[in-house]
Design a protein around this ligand. Structure first.
Ligand code: HEM
Ligand code: NAG
Ligand code: NAG
Length: 316
C-alpha cells in the first residue's frame, strides 16, 4: 500500500504542470476589492476602440498558461539577445499587450504591488468572453508572476497542424481532458487567423490531394482565393468563424460542415468521443458555455511564478 502511494506520488510530482489549489475567487477581497472592476473598465474601453482586443486577450491567456503555467511569462519583453515568448515563432496574432499595461496601471493605483499580472490577464480573458456575449464566471485568483520567458519554449504550444493524438497529449500533459480540449477549441469562435496557419490544408495537402478532402469544397475555394500559393500578402487570412466578434457556438456548427479552419479543429472530428462533443456543443450553446467555463478555470489554474510583478513587461 505505502509503496503504491509512493509510486503515485512520484508519478504525480514528475508531471510538468501542477494545478494551483491555493487560488480563490475572493483572493483580493480584503487587499484589493476594486481590482476586478478596474480591469473590466479598461477592457470595455479598449474593446470600444478595437474589436480585435477580446480575441487577442483570450489567446494571450491560453499561451501564458500553456508555457510555464499561468505566470504572465507571455507578457515579458525580450532582453537584448535573450528573446522572450512574445518574440517566439507562433506570435503572429499576439497583440494588444497595451491593454494589460493599462489595466495594471489602474490596479496599481488602487493597491500597489498586490495584484499579479497573471491574475490581470486571467480577468481580462474572462471579460473578453463575457463582454462578447459568452458566459461570465468568477475567476479564481492568487496566481504569481514568473521570472523566465524564452522564445524557444513557444514550441511547447500545440500547432494548428496537430492531429488528435498530438492535441490529446498536449492537453493531458497539463491535466486537461479531451472534453476540455473540445470546449477550449471553441475559443476559436473569436478572432482571425493568417494564411500561414491553415495553408497546409489548401495547397499540397498530401501526396494525393492538393486540398484537404475533409474541407467543404466551397469553403476551400474561398480560402484559396484569399490565400493563393506563394501568397505574398502577409496580413491576409480569414476570420475564425462567421461571427468572429461574438462568443457563441457557431464554431462547432461550422466545424460539422467542414468549415473549420485548422487541421487541429478538424482533428476533433476524427475521434468518436470528441466528435460527439462537437455535435453536442453545436446543438446546445448552453452545454458549450458550461464546459468552456469549467475548462478555462482548469487551464487557468496551471501553476506558475513566485512574485507580483510591478511592471508586467519586466521582472522585479
Ligand atoms: C487546441 C489547440 C490550439 C491550437 C493548435 C491553436 C492554434 C491557433 C492558431 C494557429 C491561431 C491563429 C494565429 C494566426 O494565424 O494569427 C489561433 C488563434 C486563436 N486562438 Fe487558438 N489554438 C488552440 C487553442 C486555443 C485555446 C485553448 C484558446 C482559448 C481558449 C484559443 C484562442 C484563440 C483565439 C481567440 C484566436 C484568435 C486570435 C486573434 O484573433 O488575435 N486557441 N489559434
Ligand atoms: C514576433 O516576433 C518577431 C520576430 O522576433 C518580432 O519582430 C515581433 O515584434 C513579434 N511580434 C509581437 C506581437 O510581439
Ligand atoms: C499524429 O502525428 C504524429 C506525428 O506526426 C504521428 O506520429 C502519428 O502517427 C499521427 N497519428 C495519427 C493517428 O495519425
Amino acid at each position: 500500500m505505502a509503496a503504491s502511494f509512493f509510486v503515485a506520488f512520484l508519478l504525480f510530482s514528475s508531471l510538468l504542470f501542477h494545478l494551483n489549489s491555493a487560488l480563490s475567487v475572493d483572493y483580493y477581497a480584503e487587499t484589493c476589492p476594486g481590482a476586478e472592476t478596474a480591469v473590466t473598465e479598461v477592457m470595455k474601453k479598449a474593446m470600444a476602440n478595437d474589436n480585435t482586443v477580446p480575441a487577442a486577450l483570450l489567446r494571450m491567456h491560453f499561451h501564458d498558461c500553456f508555457i510555464r503555467g499561468c505566470d504572465a511569462s507571455v507578457l515579458l519583453n525580450s532582453k537584448g539577445s535573450r528573446k522572450a515568448e512574445k518574440d517566439g515563432p507562433p506570435n503572429i496574432s499576439l497583440h494588444a499587450f497595451y491593454v494589460i499595461d493599462h489595466a495594471k496601471k489602474a490596479v496599481e493605483k488602487l493597491c500597489p504591488g498586490v495584484v499579479s499580472c497573471a491574475d490581470i490577464l486571467a480577468l481580462a480573458a474572462r471579460d473578453a468572453v463575457a463582454l462578447s456575449g459568452g458566459p461570465n464566471w468568477e475567476v479564481p485568483k492568487g496566481r504569481k508572476d514568473g521570472r523566465v520567458s524564452k522564445a524557444s519554449e513557444t514550441s511547447q504550444l500545440p500547432s494548428p497542424t496537430f492531429n488528435f493524438s498530438q492535441l490529446k497529449q498536449s492537453f493531458s500533459q497539463r491535466g486537461l481532458s479531451t472534453k476540455d480540449l473540445v470546449a477550449l477549441s471553441g475559443g476559436h469562435t473569436l478572432g482571425f487567423a493568417h494564411c500561414s496557419s491553415f495553408e497546409n490544408r489548401i495547397h499540397n495537402f498530401d501526396a494525393t490531394h492538393d486540398v484537404d478532402p475533409s474541407l467543404n469544397s466551397g469553403f476551400a475555394k474561398k480560402l484559396r482565393k484569399i490565400c493563393p500559393a506563394h501568397n505574398k500578402a502577409k496580413n491576409a487570412g480569414s476570420t475564425m468563424d462567421s461571427t468572429s466578434t461574438v462568443f457563441d457556438n457557431t464554431y462547432f456548427k461550422l466545424l460539422l460542415q467542414g468549415k473549420g479552419l485548422f487541421s487541429s479543429d478538424e482533428a476533433l472530428l476524427t475521434h468518436p468521443k470528441t466528435k460527439g462533443q462537437v455535435s453536442q456543443f453545436a446543438n446546445s450553446q448552453e452545454d458549450f458555455f458550461r464546459a468552456f467555463v469549467k475548462a478555462i478555470i482548469r487551464m487557468g489554474s496551471l501553476e506558475g511564478g513566485k512574485e507580483v510583478r510591478k511592471d508586467c513587461r519586466v521582472v522585479n
